[in-house]
Design a protein around this ligand. Structure first.
Ligand SMILES: N[C@@H](CCC(=O)N[C@@H](CS)C(=O)NCC(=O)O)C(=O)O
Length: 259
């Protein structure tokens, strides 16, 4: 449902009341700006926006070229990472910008009342598995992928073993958790939405899903949802042309220090 932003506007429609035509004012708010590049962190937000049926305006952040360091983007996302959003209709009807995918998912969950329970017990369940994704599944998968694929030429065996083992441990935890429930926090939630994009890349993390049948079933269940398909399928033409072996790309992504 990505849309080009047209600005906040009002639409006037005719509504019938007691037989008389009456003017009804319907406020149409600007779509949410989604700062995005097609990676598992980006998918979290594209899936959530699709699930919630919220209109959004896709703004590509080409992280291989250094768009994440542009001053206007750093104002929104000071950690020079995507995803980020700007909701023009934030609290009090004023714009709000948010970085960190977990914070974005919680915000959208609170805003829409979807996939993020309001009762304290339900919310704590979701938060635990959301933070498990943010602190474990995501970062460790990133490192496993880095040392197994991006730094493959250097073959740093210690790092490869360390992060491949960690991924194995993490899928083991998820496999146990999913033994007697369909979703990580019981009901489908932002914890599942945060995790699916990473789990589908298990091969790049050196894992065999036959060892984790409950995770495999959970993955299939999620991938059958149209919003998950659309969210993960949200492509940016330029991204398919990026060569991770290009020294310029590697300098942008892998040589970062404090600026
Ligand atoms: N904890 C952050 C991580 C985001 C992140 O690592 N994004 C990567 C792409 S997957 C990025 O923007 N990288 C740009 C860079 O490394 O400069 C979140 O969940 O939002």
């Amino acid at each position: 449902m990505a849309k080009k932003s047209k600005g906040a506007r009002k639409k006037v429609t005719k509504a019938k009341s007691q037989g008389k035509p009456k003017l009804k004012v319907v406020a149409l708010t600007k779509p949410i700006d989604l700062y995005y590049w097609p990676t598992p962190n980006g998918f979290k937000v594209s899936i959530m926006l699709e699930e919630c049926g919220l209109p959004y305006n896709l703004i590509p952040v080409n992280i291989s070229r250094g768009d994440q360091f542009k001053p206007e983007f750093l104002k929104i996302s000071p950690n020079n990472r995507m995803p980020a959003i700007v909701d023009h209709n934030g609290p009090g009807g004023k714009p709000i910008s948010i970085f960190e995918s977990g914070a974005i998912l919680q915000y959208l969950g609170r805003k829409t009342g979807k996939f993020y329970p309001q009762d304290e017990r339900g919310r704590v369940e979701v938060d635990q598995w959301l933070f498990f994704q943010m602190a474990n599944l995501g970062p460790k998968a990133g490192e496993a992928n880095h040392f197994r694929n991006y730094a493959a030429h250097e073959k740093q065996q210690y790092a490869i073993d360390r992060f491949t083992n960690e991924m194995n441990r993490i899928y083991g935890v998820m496999n146990k958790r999913l033994k007697d429930r369909e979703f990580l926090a019981g009901k489908y939630s932002i914890a599942d939405i945060a995790s699916i994009g990473w789990a589908t890349r298990f091969e790049r993390q050196g894992q065999d899903m036959n060892n984790f049948p409950n995770v495999r079933r959970w993955m299939d269940r999620l991938l059958a949802r149209p919003a998950v398909k659309h969210g993960i399928g949200l492509r940016v033409e330029e991204a398919s042309k990026v060569n991770m072996q290009d020294p310029n790309v590697r300098a942008v992504l892998f040589g970062q220090r404090a600026r």
